[in-house]
Design a protein around this ligand. Structure first.
Ligand code: FAD
Length: 386
């Protein structure tokens, strides 16, 4: 079930697959039993290898020491990394190309390039308790104070904040009545962690709740200019949605492979499970849905490489995120069923993915929000304009 890829993408696909198979996959169960955390030696080894391969440099321009890979190649990488549970692939930071447009030269030096060099990690503080999915209604504020801004707000689900050096913090800027992102360094006065809830998955990266009370940052920490509003948050969403689709394809492929392998050897009533039609139906549906999802995901990646209009890319990212995350959840459900009781054990990849993939229908905009975006585009521009 191969897809024709450029030779660059093929090469990166192989490198990412080797990394996933050799460095990450063998340690999934160990991570599962240990709160998602690997030993310091393994963690350091994985980070060093990820850095050596250049994962952090994929989306950065060559002029700044990046690799400037096509989006097709980056999707190929994230698809393979998506085969691994427990977020073990999150062993590198990922500066994204939209940051070049968004950030000043000083911000690139202080915040973005350290991500690329493996010297820093970031996290995104956007979601709030009240507005939730409605990111246009956020209530965090930024008020001018001398040479800087005074920031206030409470942010939920700040992924990786326990491992991050700084936040991208979204707030409503009083003076120009628009939204903006701000850099806030960890440890700045007024930044307080108020809860670290536990979630269904077992990841070393936590999702804490933070209170930001009268946090002062210099004006140089404001990202972009008045009027940019949510443009960069949307750029981040697009990127994350596309890569969620890629990871969903990788996870589904692994699940189909492992469930088929199990069914080939599991004897039921004197014959292999894979010869039972009920099992064959589940595997056939899974393989077909994966094939369709991979085609649409790579087409969405190629649309980025072709520089298609932003509106159209925004639609496609929503569509692939919606379809791929729901596809992977269906596949995980079937895989658990094929494994039977074994599929309910934490040692089993199907059990782990069954829990882990669920959030892909929630974060970076729920399935319902993706449908609203898609329906909004359809209403405004029709199918031709999507
Ligand atoms: C593990 C995890 C990690 C996360 N990491 C981050 C992070 O790093 N940074 C960050 O900023 N956020 C993060 N989030 C937040 C995530 O993006 C939100 O949870 C998500 O956008 C949904 O918001 P909500 O939880 O407030 O749900 P709600 O907005 O309360 O939605 C509840 C339900 O109502 C539906 N709904 C809402 N509005 C509508 C509507 N208009 N029409 C129809 N149905 C609607 C939703 O689809 C959902 O089914 C994370 C969340 C989780 C669970």
């Amino acid at each position: 079930m191969d897809i024709e890829l450029s030779s660059e993408a093929r090469q990166w696909q192989t490198m990412a697959r080797d990394f996933a198979d050799e460095y990450l996959q063998p340690h999934e169960v160990e991570a599962e039993h240990n709160g998602g955390v690997l030993s310091p030696e393994l963690t350091a080894r994985n980070k060093a290898r990820a850095k050596e391969i250049g994962f952090s440099r994929m989306d950065m321009p060559k002029s700044l020491g990046g690799l400037e890979l096509s989006i097709e190649s980056q999707v190929a990488v994230w698809e393979q990394l998506g085969r691994v549970t427990n977020a073990l692939a999150w062993c590198f930071a990922e500066p994204q190309s939209w940051m070049l447009e968004a950030c000043s030269a000083d911000q690139l030096q202080r915040y973005v390039l350290p991500l690329m060099r493996g010297e820093a990690h970031d996290c995104y503080a956007i979601t709030e308790e009240g507005p939730g999915s409605d990111v246009a209604a956020l209530s965090a504020t930024a008020v001018r104070d001398g040479d800087g801004y005074r920031l206030n707000g409470e942010k939920w689900f700040v992924t990786s904040a326990n491992l991050a050096n700084y936040f991208w913090f979204q707030a409503r800027v009083e003076e120009d009545d628009s939204d903006a992102l701000f850099f806030i360094d960890q440890g700045t006065e007024g930044v307080e962690i108020i809860d670290t809830p536990t979630f269904s998955h077992t990841y070393a990266a936590h999702h804490p709740t933070y209170r930001f009370k009268d946090v002062w940052v210099p004006a140089a920490n404001r990202v972009g200019k008045a009027g940019d509003d949510m443009a960069y948050t949307r750029a981040w969403f697009r990127r994350e949605r596309l890569m969620i689709a890629a990871r969903s394809c990788g996870a589904a492929a692994r699940l189909i492979e492992e469930a088929s392998e199990f069914a080939r050897h599991r004897m039921v009533g004197g014959e292999p499970l894979i010869d039972k039609q009920a099992i064959q139906m589940m595997l056939a549906d899974s393989a077909t849905e994966l094939w369709a999802t991979r085609l649409m995901t790579y087409e969405a990646a190629n649309a980025h490489d072709r520089d298609e209009p932003l509106r159209s890319l925004h639609m496609r990212c929503s569509m692939v995120k919606l379809y791929a995350s729901e596809m992977a959840n269906r596949v995980a459900d079937r895989a658990v069923q094929i494994f039977g009781g074994r599929g309910y054990m934490r040692e089993n990849v199907a059990e782990r993915f069954f829990r882990e993939l669920r959030v892909d229908r929630i974060w970076e905009g729920t399935s319902e929000i993706q449908r609203l975006i898609i329906a909004g585009g359809l209403k405004k521009r029709g199918l031709e304009g999507m």
